[in-house]
Design a protein around this ligand. Sequence first.
Ligand SMILES: NC(=O)c1ccc[n+]([C@@H]2O[C@H](COP(=O)([O-])OP(=O)(O)OC[C@H]3O[C@@H](n4cnc5c(N)ncnc54)[C@H](O)[C@@H]3O)[C@@H](O)[C@H]2O)c1
Length: 275
Amino acid sequence: MQNPKFDLTGKSALITGAGGLLGVEHAAALLECNARVVLTDISAGVLEAARDRLAAPASLVELRTIDVSRPEQVADVAQSLRGAGMRVDILVNNAAIDPKMKGGAGMVESSRLENFPLEQWNVQVAVGLTGAFLCSQAFGTQMAQDGKGGVILNIASDLSVFSPDQRLYRKADLPDDMQPVKPVTYSVIKTGLIGLTRYLATYWAECGVRANALSPGGVFNGQDEVFVQKLSALIPLGRMAQRDEYRSAVQFLCSDASSYMNGQNIVMDGGRSAW
Ligand SMILES: NC(=O)c1ccc[n+]([C@@H]2O[C@H](COP(=O)([O-])OP(=O)(O)OC[C@H]3O[C@@H](n4cnc5c(N)ncnc54)[C@H](O)[C@@H]3O)[C@@H](O)[C@H]2O)c1
């Protein structure tokens, strides 16, 4: 029997980075609960592909291009949705840049803290952290002002609660100072999102706006076999997540099913942080 507290009929949910691996899953999760979804991403092409994958009725899926690091673009979309009579009841701050660690003999390994470019720090923080602030500012303010409240869900990572295990990224035959690492930005952004979550959770609580974070562990997406084996060995469940395994948590956190949860970080990591 379906619990009516999960029902999002008549609600609209805006998802940032909706053209990516998990963004589409968040959209599918919310559509399953009868929400209308506004898919946003920096590129129109990925949005159209995401819409095709969702195969939902056209009336339930809106597309908007936003670079979340650009305040004027966020404000324009907020205004255009409002002008079209659409209230954003749920905001999922999901967009991020996943820094790739290349590594290779003879290269300066720019992922390493010693070499990490300031420009990369600025770009990644602008998307993953400032973008969540700007979207929360634009859409959270609207939720708070009209008295109807709303929900903000920040997609963090298991790296919001522990440091990356850099042994996972080691390449054979490379000296220590050329070993690729998970960059410092990822930890800083994801931990920062938890601070933003707590701040928002208290700031607009009296206006009925709740904010929580979801911290997923790594999703299997065809990664290198050695990496997958090393990571799986750190996880009590012995495997990475499937891409659809966060859907139920998104449904819970974005609906009245979690009406008394506010300011929390739900860590879904197969038990990794319990070890
Ligand atoms: N995939 C995982 O294993 C995993 C694990 C833990 C946390 N997460 C987090 O989940 C979220 C989604 O991850 P994913 O794996 O789907 O990543 P992804 O790279 O597949 O998707 C991210 C999306 O963000 C978009 N984006 C990048 N810059 C943008 C900008 N300036 N403005 C708007 N959109 C922009 C990209 O175009 C992309 O579609 C991220 O916050 C990520 O850190 C992912």
